[in-house]
Design a protein around this ligand. Structure first.
Ligand SMILES: NC(=O)c1ccc[n+]([C@@H]2O[C@H](COP(=O)([O-])OP(=O)(O)OC[C@H]3O[C@@H](n4cnc5c(N)ncnc54)[C@H](OP(=O)(O)O)[C@@H]3O)[C@@H](O)[C@H]2O)c1
Length: 134
């Protein structure tokens, strides 16, 4: 398997939290890595992309709302157009809901599954933590 420095890694939810931290860590540890960063907030996404570029990564920052299929398709097309392929997908975008389970929306209302040409899916993660486990 080629080094991560030679790979193209697509990270969703890269504007904040775990996704942003992972992008910066990969950029710092694997000089020359190619990153495709996706999230909705353009300013935050560009700020993370700038930090990654400064660390030595080649970065495509692509504003994307994963709940909108046309934007997911545009993300995939932009990644292929820029880098020719995607070697790894970190499908991190999502959010948690905390509170009484009866107040949490049904998972079916929140989960998004998006088919892609070759069978890939980009589910928008939903993480539910029962309060009594915290
Ligand atoms: N933190 C934890 O303790 C924990 C534990 C277990 C699992 N997780 C899961 O790990 C993932 C990241 O958690 P986190 O704590 O880093 O969350 P976070 O700080 O809230 O970051 C969430 C990221 O997802 C993006 N995002 C949310 N909805 C999106 C959408 N519709 N389209 C595109 N991007 C979207 C946000 O960017 P924009 O707002 O810019 O779109 C942001 O970059 C989540 O899936 C979460 O459920 C977290």
């Amino acid at each position: 398997m080629p080094s991560l420095s030679e790979q193209v890694v697509l990270i969703t939810g890269a504007s904040a939290g775990i996704g942003a931290a992972l992008a910066q860590l990969l950029a710092q540890r694997f000089i020359g890595i190619r990153l495709v960063l996706a999230a909705r907030n353009v300013e935050k996404l560009e700020a993370i992309a700038a930090l990654c570029r400064f660390a030595g990564a080649e970065v495509l920052a692509h504003p994307t709302d994963l709940e909108k299929i046309e934007q997911v398709e545009a993300l995939a097309q932009a990644a292929i157009a820029k880098f020719g392929r995607v070697d790894a997908l970190v499908n991190n975008a999502g959010y948690g809901q905390m509170g009484p389970v009866e107040l949490i929306l049904a998972v079916d209302e929140l989960s998004i599954l998006v088919p892609w040409e070759d069978g890939w899916h980009f589910p928008l993660g939903v993480y539910i933590v029962p309060l009594n486990l915290l």
